[in-house]
Write a protein that binds this ligand. Structure first.
Ligand code: ATP
Length: 344
């Protein structure tokens, strides 16, 4: 079961505070969408509006073509999976997973069969008789997922579903979550503030800031071609170089003229992995200030000779040998030039 979700001009106010400002978003059936942004940007508010726990102050939500704006959670084709899983400690995993079906009047043998099918899907077929306290954190998370999917929602809403897990398990569960979503084909809307997690699971990432959508795109789009400086910074580390309209030789910058086409003032953004000893954008001579071995790459800080107070961070290939003080010609790749944000 899967459905398209449309969010049209949704606004939400808590008293005089505006938590969501005119949010428009269409989610395709079967899509894995991640709502990503810093604490307080409105992710949970938007998820709660999709689940029916909040009615938006303005705007409309349709799911599968049906207007859901005023519909209560139990009458929506959605299920919400909360971070604390809310499993019943006194019930077996089979009964936990079958609980939603029991509430819908499904008989014991049919719901046990469905619960066992769902437990098998999340790799816990042999543990159906256990209680939640006999499981690890990752296993409990899988039971919660099986329970949410057992009622065959058209849309599954996940609020920080991996937040309680340690980093290693979290990374492993991300892969599993994505694989399960592909298998069931349900539309997933997943909230997180972890950009790596977003990139690991999402078909499209919705980057939110102060109640607005800053950018919505594939992980590659929001990382490589961010629409705003906020998105560029939020998606990962970035070197920022102010640029101004040039005189024909390129744009003006503290490093000297750069061979970039840009019509106006802005900020040149270069990811650390796009700065190095080769590339199509010459950045001029620079001196190595310090470098550290990070396993997959050498993280180096350079001071451009033209702007000695500036620092450019580069991720150089493993095995690069450079001593502090060494002078190199720096180059860049994949330049992103963005307008400066409007003054508030
Ligand atoms: P986090 O990652 O910390 O959970 P979030 O992006 O999910 O943050 P929301 O919970 O959607 O953020 O909250 C958005 C804003 O609305 C915050 O500034 C929050 O303080 C405010 N807010 C949320 N719920 C209420 C409420 N019931 N009453 C008043 N303000 C609220």
């Amino acid at each position: 079961m899967t459905a398209e979700v449309r969010i049209d001009a949704v606004q939400h106010r808590f008293g005089s505070f505006t938590a969501l400002r005119r949010v428009d978003l269409t989610i395709a059936p079967g899509e894995f969408i991640v709502l990503l942004g810093p604490s307080g940007c409105g992710k949970t508010t938007l998820l709660s509006i999709l689940g029916g726990f909040l009615t938006p102050t303005e705007g409309r939500v349709t799911i599968g073509g049906r207007d859901m704006t005023q519909v209560v959670p139990k009458d929506r084709p959605t299920t919400t999976m909360f971070q604390d899983y809310a499993l019943f400690p006194h019930m077996s995993l089979r009964d936990n997973v079958g609980f939603g079906l029991r509430m819908r009047g499904v008989g014991r043998s049919a719901r046990n069969a469905k619960a066992e099918e769902m437990l098998a899907m999340v790799g816990l077929a042999d543990k159906a008789g256990r209680r939640p306290h006999e499981l690890s954190g990752g296993q409990r998370q899988r039971v919660a997922l099986a329970r949410a999917l057992a009622v065959e929602p058209e849309v599954l809403l996940l609020d920080e579903p991996l937040g309680a897990l340690d980093l290693k398990l979290r990374r492993q569960m991300q892969d599993e979550l994505k694989a399960i979503q592909r298998r069931v084909g349900t539309t997933f809307v997943h909230v997180t503030h972890d950009q790596e997690e977003a990139m690991a699971v999402a078909d499209r990432i919705v980057v939110m800031n102060a109640g607005r959508i800053e950018h919505c795109g594939t992980p590659e789009e929001v990382y490589m071609r961010p629409a705003t400086l906020f998105t560029a910074n939020f998606m990962g580390e970035v070197n920022r170089i102010p640029v101004t309209r040039g005189d024909g030789a390129g744009v003006g910058s503290p490093l000297g003229p750069l061979a970039l086409p840009t019509p106006a003032r802005g900020v040149l953004c270069l990811r650390p992995e796009s700065v190095g000893l080769s590339g199509d954008l010459a950045l001029g001579p620079a001196r190595l200030v310090e470098a550290a071995f990070f396993g997959a790459y050498l993280r180096a800080h350079f001071a451009p000779l033209a702007a000695p107070g500036m620092r450019l961070v580069a991720h150089l290939p493993q095995g690069t040998v450079l001593a502090p003080g060494a002078e190199v010609i720096l180059h860049g790749r994949n330049p992103i030039v963005l307008p400066e944000p409007e003054a508030a």
